[in-house]
Design a protein around this ligand. Structure first.
Ligand SMILES: [Fe+2]
Ligand SMILES: [Fe+2]
Length: 282
């Protein structure tokens, strides 16, 4: 079975004046005044959908940040963009940008359907375990929370199939240390990792949020868990800044992740990363 993993598409539409309040004001200043909006591009977003489809994956997994500031216009545009991918099994969790303000609470659900804190989706021989870790927050912190961690523990204890766990936030950084800074990290990463480590069937943790991708092992007794972040799939192609869009394709065998491919946007199309997945270092 092949799973295409996309993340951090960040579809942007300039918010109207009436929408500029709460956190969105700071976000809009960041996006449009400080120029962050140039970090993402429609060209890579459109090519992403076309090129993922061309690979004909069995499942498409999206780990959040579909939008920039969670407005209705952005969700509408993101869904229009992703519509061809949603013709097949499409699993998605929100990112912090999709739960941007208290006012936008519920908008993700309105557009993409209800999501429990933990949801297990059986795909072939595997359980894909979706964990909601993004909530409205004045900073950019995430949390699974005590009830969510308990639900995760129960869900993992209830089956024996190999499991791939999807979060929005990283557990560790590219050096294998705890991900930070705390203002934009998962507050209970250590406890979440402890839950995952208890369940031998957890093979991989995949996520987004950090826009430069990486792969790092999470050590535990016995076999380590592989943590993978493809990097932002909607990033503009800016080779002089060492920045472009990426996505991953995982080949899931009977019990193990048998292959990890990473595709990079070259300005026209997504092509396998030269030298193999993560050979470019970011
Ligand atoms: Fe993001
Ligand atoms: Fe994020």
């Amino acid at each position: 079975m092949r799973v295409a993993h996309i993340t951090d598409i960040h579809v942007e539409r300039r918010p109207s004046l009436g929408e500029l309040w709460n956190k969105r004001l700071a976000g809009a200043v960041n996006l449009y005044v400080l120029g962050r909006s140039a970090h993402f591009s429609v060209a890579s977003q459109v090519a992403l959908v076309r090129d993922v489809l061309a690979l004909d994956p069995d499942v498409v997994l999206c780990t959040g940040d579909l939008t920039a500031t969670a407005t209705e216009a952005e969700f509408g545009a993101a869904l229009e963009l992703l519509a061809p991918l949603r013709q097949r099994p499409f699993l998605c969790i929100p990112g912090n940008h999709d739960a941007y303000t208290g006012e936008s609470r519920g908008r993700y659900e309105q557009f993409l359907g209800e999501i429990d804190t933990v949801r297990v989706s059986r795909q072939g021989d595997w359980d894909i375990v979706l964990v909601r870790d993004a909530h409205p927050d004045w900073l950019s912190r995430g949390e699974v929370g005590p009830a969510g961690r308990e639900a995760l523990d129960r869900a993992l204890g209830a089956g024996t199939a190999p499991a791939l766990v999807a979060l929005h936030y990283p557990l560790r950084n590219r050096r294998g240390e705890r991900y930070g800074p705390a203002t934009r990290a998962l507050a209970d990463a250590e406890q979440v990792e402890a839950v995952l480590s208890r369940h031998e069937r957890v093979r991989a943790v995949v996520h987004g949020h950090e826009h430069h991708g990486y792969r790092v092992p999470i050590p535990r007794a016995g076999q380590s868990i592989v943590e993978i972040d493809p990097g932002a799939s909607g990033y503009a192609h800016l080779p002089r800044k060492g920045r472009t869009a990426h996505f991953c394709v995982y080949t899931l065998g009977a019990r193990e992740v048998e292959g990890v491919e990473r595709y990079a946007f070259d300005g026209e199309r997504f092509a396998p990363e030269p030298g193999g997945a993560f050979a470019s270092g970011g």
